[in-house]
Write a protein that binds this ligand. Structure first.
Ligand code: ACO
Length: 320
């Protein structure tokens, strides 16, 4: 492996329909105050009927390609991280590739729930650095609103729909410096959507189930360990990280980890208030917002982290 894989453009997309905490008060017994205090979430976006994950991915991808000054023709690898694909198959990555009009290269979905984008970016990095592919489109896109139990206030207030994308290209300049991915399937029971398709119908419960307290504790622990692992592998201290972009599930998880790591709140990118937990889309959404708001500049050192169902978690440390 020679050279680097570097992010050359970012993009994101949120569906038009906004559901505020106040709107949710008429759906389940909850309050804006409770949701803000426990999670930091103020609103989420919800996909329109007939809008699918590959549509959200397409809108985000077009913006990322424009930012990278690339056309779909340049793309020779498409990876879509999602747990809510358009259909059982083909993959949403193939559907996205078709919508972009790309007819060459490889395309596949990657399923690691809320860690999906970090897993996909780490995967694309290896493909690009090996020289096998030159220009990858790496996307996180989800429509979690369709797998929620809208009668369960302990879960339905937490999630939203959206997509984020990056273009990752071969480069002589430093880009991705390291990735560290982990999974521990013993914790599959604390966060899952257990239904499956059988004989033309869904068998079992097709809505998201979560032990919120257990997820909170495990997420905080593994994110701290994983961040220290990434810093040690690169001989860096936390003060070297210009922006910390963790999975946007809950402001309290991000603040707990930031405090344990000793990273200033001002360096933590937080967008969960605007779009809730969009699972695999949350990290690229936050990255794109940070880039477009000027909080992330070329040459900055970024620590990206995902954590979620599986249980899965991982980091990508990079020079932007
Ligand atoms: N509105 C009002 N009250 C609620 C709501 C709601 N939406 N949901 C739960 N409550 C109630 C509970 O019924 C409970 O009432 P009780 O004391 O009368 O029994 C009370 O609020 C406290 O419930 P807890 O679950 O103890 O609240 P907690 O402070 O732990 O917050 C939360 C719950 C927000 C889910 C928290 O556990 C959490 O953030 N966990 C992490 C989960 C997460 O972020 N998951 C995202 C997916 S995983 C991932 O992406 C990594």
């Amino acid at each position: 492996m020679t050279g680097y894989a570097r992010i050359t453009g970012t993009g994101s997309y949120l569906p038009d329909k906004v559901l505020t905490n106040r709107d949710l008060e008429s759906i389940v017994e909850t309050s804006d105050e409770w949701i803000v205090a426990r999670t930091g979430i103020r609103q989420r976006h919800v996909a329109a009927e007939g809008q699918f994950t590959s549509d959200l991915a397409l809108a985000a991808s077009r913006k990322a390609l424009a930012a990278a000054r690339r056309t779909p023709d340049d793309v020779d690898l498409v990876i879509v991280a999602t747990s809510t694909p358009d259909m059982v198959f083909p993959s949403s990555a193939c559907l996205l590739q078709g919508k972009l009009g790309v007819t060459h290269g490889a395309a596949f979905d990657l399923q690691a729930v809320c860690s999906g984008f970090v897993y996909a970016l780490a995967t694309a990095d290896l493909f690009v650095r090996s020289g096998r592919h030159r220009c990858a489109l790496v996307v996180g896109a989800e429509i979690f609103s369709r797998i929620l139990d809208w009668k369960d206030r302990s879960t339905c207030v937490l999630f939203g729909d959206g997509a984020g994308a990056v273009v990752l290209e071969a480069s002589d300049q430093p880009g991705i410096l390291s990735s560290h991915l982990h999974a521990d399937g013993r914790h599959a029971g604390i966060l899952n959507t257990p239904g499956h398709v059988c004989g033309g119908a869904v068998q079992g419960d097709p809505t998201l189930k979560m032990d919120g307290g257990a997820v909170f504790k495990l997420a905080v622990r593994v994110l701290e360990e994983n961040a220290r692992e990434a810093l040690a592998a690169n001989g860096l201290g936390i003060e070297d990280v210009d922006a910390y972009i963790a999975h946007q599930a809950n402001v309290r998880i991000i603040s707990h980890v930031a405090k344990k790591l000793g990273i200033a709140e001002s360096r933590c990118v937080v967008t969960v208030d605007r779009h809730a937990n969009t699972s695999a889309a949350s990290v690229p959404l936050a990255l794109d917002v940070a880039v477009r708001e000027g909080r992330v500049k070329r040459g900055d050192t970024l620590l990206l982290q995902g954590v979620g169902g599986g249980f899965t978690w991982g980091s990508v440390l990079l020079k932007y």
